[in-house]
Write a protein that binds this ligand. Structure first.
Ligand code: EPZ
Length: 451
């Protein structure tokens, strides 16, 4: 077994204040967008997480000079010398992240060809890339599958197109945006994803000179332009990390103030948090004025005492309840009175982590049926994608192995909420998406140590 292990002495409520920086799922895409500019871009509030390192490495391989800016968390990208990288060099990053797939459009625009290694990312289902490839072909790309990865060319250039996604995929919407902004003509994307991270990517592209209209009913229209400049952008804060700490506060019967968390992007989460019996208070940011210091905004989440209440929830695309909020919250639901239902409709295999919670004393059953909500695309396909959580259950310590990023954080919360000493193996995976999580845990009073 790996020596990458965290020893967690559970049973202490988390108390205190932490800060979240730019959203992982925007920052990594904004970094790719920098490839499209003809002048440097500056991104602020970039968290120190593994996914950022992977994208930085890939950009550098393609000739983008990446340097630290003056502010803590500021990165500067200079795309003046974009160049081809060798397949071997790129393949070093194979299996480490999903982001390389988004290099397709920008590299086709800048170099006329692209090579994409085998993708990684969390193992939460088959995670196909068929929508991405279909969209790129619509633009005129020629995609060749080779044993070492995908080779793409655009012998006749990239041209605007009308395309409808079979499902509002976040990544495929980003693929279309990053390709259409410099394609020849107008692109109309139907059934697009409209997550706040996508709207923020649109803001980045607009700052670069793109013309993008977001219509009602998930329709996005992009008018291609021949060139784009650099951008300066402060990303939206990480609403997944914010919700993870909120769930940790609830599950450990503590209170955590998440500086940087924004109410508007978390409305659906906040409604569920309150329905479960959690309490929160939003502090709006206040800019400094003459004679008075400014105030950083955030949300304080806490367990107000008494019993938590069971809920029925369904994960969905925005504005629904995010699939990435599900795993941390389920740990808190093990402490709620009665039967809670979670219907996972975004990924077909995102409930495997519940076995580990059961090994700690939770009572969670998973089902192939679409429970508690409308039928989804997984109901007829034999995937265990609904969970019934019976509570409250007293959690006890266990040895846990982290399977993926969000499930990993939920294991960590469960260990913190449980009585006794747990060993959590593979915790390094959490660094993919949670900046300084060990330091944050320590500042919240958690008793954790590396053996
Ligand atoms: C993004 O993944 C996020 N990752 C995920 O966060 C997040 O869970 C997901 O969006 C949904 O919000 C990043 O932004 C890096 P999708 P993405 O394409 O873009 C199916 C985390 O922990 N699909 O919206 O890969 C797919 O299988 C990660 O931060 C196809 O069938 O997700 C899934 O069922 C985990 N064919 C659904 O669409 C395709 O070509 C939604 O996936 C593409 C997707």
């Amino acid at each position: 077994m790996t020596d990458d292990v965290l020893v967690v002495h559970g049973g202490t409520p988390l108390q205190g204040q932490i800060r979240v920086r730019g959203a992982k799922n925007l920052v990594s895409k904004a970094m790719v967008a920098a490839l499209l500019g003809d002048s440097p871009s500056r991104l602020y509030d970039v968290p120190r997480i593994r996914d950022v390192e992977v994208v930085r490495g890939l950009l550098e391989l393609h000739g983008v000079r990446v340097t630290d800016g003056d502010e803590d968390g500021e990165l500067v990208f200079d795309p003046a010398n974009v160049e081809s990288a060798s397949t071997d060099e790129i393949n070093v990053h194979a299996g480490s992240s999903r982001i390389p797939i988004l290099f397709c459009g920008p590299l086709l625009h800048r170099l006329g060809h692209a090579f994409i290694p085998d993708l990684g990312g969390c193992h939460i289902g088959p995670r196909p890339i068929d929508f991405h490839m279909q969209a790129l072909r619509e633009f005129g790309a020629v995609v060749e599958k080779r044993p070492e990865g995908l080779h793409l060319t655009a012998p006749n250039g990239l041209h605007g197109t009308k395309f409808s996604l079979p499902y509002p995929s976040v990544g495929a919407t980003e693929q279309v945006l990053l390709t259409a902004v410099m394609a020849d003509g107008v692109t109309e994307l139907r059934n697009a994803a409209v997550e706040p991270e996508i709207i923020d990517l649109i803001c980045v592209l607009q700052k670069m000179g793109a013309i993008i209209k977001v219509h009602t009913d998930r329709v996005i229209e992009i008018q291609g332009v021949p060139k784009l400049g650099g951008y300066r952008h402060r990303p939206i804060p990480d609403r997944i990390e914010a919700a993870s700490w909120a769930a940790a506060a609830l599950a450990t019967r503590g209170g955590v103030e998440v500086l940087g968390a924004q109410q508007a992007d978390m409305m659906t989460f906040l409604n569920v948090f309150r329905s479960v019996g959690g309490a929160y208070e939003v502090t709006d940011a206040r800019p400094p004025r003459l004679g008075s210091a400014g105030q950083e905004g955030g949300i304080r989440f806490w367990h107000p005492g008494g019993e938590l209440k069971s809920v029925a929830l369904e994960t969905d695309v925005h504005p629904g309840f995010m699939t990435d909020w599900q795993q941390p919250l389920v740990v808190a639901l093990t402490q709620a009175q009665g039967l809670s239902i979670v219907h996972e409709t975004v990924y077909e295999q995102r409930l495997g982590y519940t076995e580990a919670l059961n090994s700690m004393g939770a009572n969670i059953q998973v089902y192939r049926d679409c429970l508690g909500g409308t039928p989804c695309r997984f109901g007829r396909r034999n995937f265990k994608h609904s969970a019934v959580i019976a509570g409250p259950s007293k959690l006890h310590a266990a040895d846990l192995v982290i399977p993926d990023l969000r499930a990993g954080f939920s294991h960590l919360i469960a260990a913190l909420a449980a009585e006794g000493t747990s060993r959590v193996y593979g915790v390094d995976l959490i660094n993919r998406g949670y900046e300084d999580f060990e330091a944050k845990l320590a500042s919240l009073g958690a008793h954790v140590e590396r053996p």
